[in-house]
Design a protein around this ligand. Structure first.
Ligand code: RAM
Length: 346
């Protein structure tokens, strides 16, 4: 935990120092593969970030981290993305990046399969594909930058809700979109962990707010109406937890129904301060974007191929090693509460 906190605090200084201007449109100056460098790599350090959707502070922060890294190593950064986090909404952006012959595409996938053909066409054309945050099937990308071990992400959320409701009662899950690889993996593991560790907790329903603020707000209201004995909501999405907390903060459920899950400190601060939320978890999305950008660089330059055991330097985060199935792990999830939330600004 101290390790995660150090990294989070460490990033804050970098973020303040860096001038972070996100372009909002694709870069076209990356050339078509560069002139090549030693070892079969390329010098085309034009890197495009494609989050699940735009307008989500979580992805604003991960893209800021990506841009910080790309600026550090002298590449060209761009961010593009759809307005809505639907399964195939990212396809046209992938195709455009392929036509532009970017060096790497860094993607958080809305669906494990729907964008695979487009990604593999990009790879056939020489684009390195790095997923981060939410993976595709492994055969559609070169690397996946995982924010934290999925079991750990599931465990921290269940332990938080169990602690907040006294270890017993009805709990619901307010997720992102129904096909999101990351949330679905965490939800399956949360259900397993509840079944083995907390026999007195029942997960009564999972609903989907589509990582849309209003939909998540409305789904919270509906959950509370249809489950009058609900003791808590776990929302494993930064959009969902903030919307759920906003709903509960001005309702009679405040102080009676616990809200936890994965949130950004800046979005959750007011609900921690007004007592709606006790504690929640996350990692640093800026570090995630920063690491994904450095991994892209290593792939582009031919330093790594994504094989297990490959190592690469990720700037101020240090050296990372590629694990099984082309996965690189950022670190541990971190728990935020009233005592520490003031230390964080993202
Ligand atoms: C939302 C997105 C993202 C997820 C975080 C926790 O911002 O769904 O994919 O990792 O929540």
């Amino acid at each position: 935990m101290t390790f995660a906190r150090k990294k989070i605090a460490g990033f804050a200084a970098v973020a303040v120092a860096a001038a972070l201007v996100l372009t909002g449109c694709a870069d076209t100056s990356g050339g078509s593969g560069g002139s090549g460098s030693e070892g079969g790599g390329s010098d085309n350090l034009s890197i495009t970030f494609l989050p699940k959707n735009l307008g989500n502070p979580y992805f604003d922060t991960s893209s800021e981290g990506g841009k910080t890294a790309v600026d550090e190593f002298g590449g060209t950064f761009a961010e593009v993305g759809p307005a809505e986090a639907t399964p195939d909404a990212q396809v046209s952006y992938i195709n455009t990046a392929t036509q532009q012959a970017v060096g790497a595409l860094v993607v958080s996938a809305n669906d494990p399969k729907a964008i695979c053909d487009a990604l593999n066409e990009a790879r056939d054309a020489g684009v390195k594909v790095v997923t981060f945050d939410s993976d595709t099937n492994p055969e559609c990308r070169d690397l996946f930058i995982n924010q934290a071990d999925s079991e750990g992400i599931a465990k921290v959320q269940v332990d938080l809700i169990a602690d907040q409701i006294g270890g017993a009662g009805e709990v619901a899950i307010l997720s992102a979109s129904a096909n999101a690889t990351n949330q679905n993996a965490w939800i399956d593991l949360m259900k397993e962990y509840v079944a083995t560790e907390y026999p007195d907790i029942t997960i009564v329903e999972t609903v989907y707010g589509d990582d849309d603020d209003q939909t998540s707000f409305d789904k919270t209201a509906a959950l509370l109406q249809s489950h009058p004995n609900l003791k808590g909501i776990i929302s494993p999405t930064t959009v969902g937890i903030a919307a759920a907390a906003r709903y509960v903060s001005t309702s009679d459920y405040k102080g009676k129904v616990a809200i936890t899950g994965l949130g950004t400190p800046n979005q959750m601060r007011e609900y921690v301060e007004d007592g709606t939320v006790t504690a929640f978890a996350l990692w640093n999305p800026a570090d995630l974007g920063y690491l994904a950008a450095f991994a892209s660089k290593a792939l582009i330059e031919g330093d790594i191929t994504g094989e297990e055991g490959d190592t690469f330097e990720a700037g101020e985060l240090g050296e990372y090693t590629v694990g099984a199935d082309g996965v690189v792990l950022l670190g541990d999830p971190f728990e935020f509460n009233a005592d520490n939330i003031g230390d964080f600004d993202f």
